[in-house]
Design a protein around this ligand. Sequence first.
Ligand code: AMP
Length: 408
Amino acid sequence: MTPVLVINSGSSSFKYQLIDMETEATLASGLVERIGDPLGEAKHTVFAPQGDGPVATFLDATRTRELPIPDHTAGFQVMLDAFASDGPSLQDHPPIAVGHRVVHGGARFFEPTLVTPLVEINIDELSVLAPLHNPANLAGIVAARKAFPDVPHVAVFDTAFHQTLAPEVFTYAIDADVAAAHRIRRYGFHGTSHKFVSETAAAFVGRPLEDLKQIVFHLGNGASVTAIDGGRSVETSMGFTPLEGLVMGTRSGDIDPAVLFHLARRSGMSIDDLDDFLNKRSGMVGLAGSNDLRDIRAAIAAGDQRARLAFDVYVHRLRAYAGAYLAQLGGADVISFTAGVGENAPYVRERALETLGFAGVEIDHERNMATERGIRIISTDASAVTVLVVPTDEELEIARQTLSVARA
Ligand code: AMP
């Protein structure tokens, strides 16, 4: 067994997954929540290794505990206790490395990086660019290094995959000196998912990654689209922060920046209010009152006009980006959909691509509507562009990258 532990740490919670890299099977996963509240919650799920008879009593066994979890270090102790009591035993199969999701690597980190004290300082310093995420990611790294002091820890950055963007793609048309002084440029996010999906898609269609022009729509609560040429990110919709681009669950995506000046002058909203407004109270929540597409669909079925408009705005933006990225790439070989909406909402996929027949995109209605899971083709056999649904697996991608660094 070659277990790798993957940590995705937020400010008041963290998720973990233990993956055996020999089979790429998940051995256990969990969620430690409400860190810092009077009562926290820890959930630990154990998966039976394939074909291992006696362990099957643990098959997908989930246990939830409520107990005080004052900080991340205490959270890691809770996780260690869960492994000790419910398995699998970390004594018998200790992780050979720990991989950490880090949201912002700035222009500094373009590949998975072994965590050292200097790297921790850099991640902390980049908190200026990601104040909600990097401090939380770092808290997880610090606590995990205490819990697992003897194994390599690797930081895998959401921005790293997009470090291949050309200057004309990552540069905003603002005063160059101001931009340089404040490190303002497009960074792009969801890179781990875009990399995983584009590589998985290439393997699935059986063609070398280097030969393919691809567009990946990562449509979850956060959403972004990336154009990938020969395995390299050449254009992506999220920018300086994960606010730019597509319409999301709670984020506006693209908007005329002058709206902010107008609101600041006319509504009395402060900078923090505006930040909150565009990041947490816009997108589908702002338009229709829910960030969950299932609610929006139900509301549309019940005749809710606000929900209808929200859905149309969402789809219109997808289509605009699909067209733009087809133009930037000069056509595409593969278009993939992934994440909560991308994997589960056939009506979104169909509406997003239905006008792209001129570019060789032809969705097969039956294939698209099929409810099967796993990677699958949803375009017709005659379609020049292969359209896929590719379930993303950011944890596995982080584990793969972690292993490659740990073994280097
Ligand atoms: P993610 O951020 O990838 O976990 O995606 C979460 C979002 O996916 C939810 O807010 C929903 O909008 C959407 N979603 C999840 N399951 C479904 C489903 N079965 N049908 C439509 N949308 C879904």
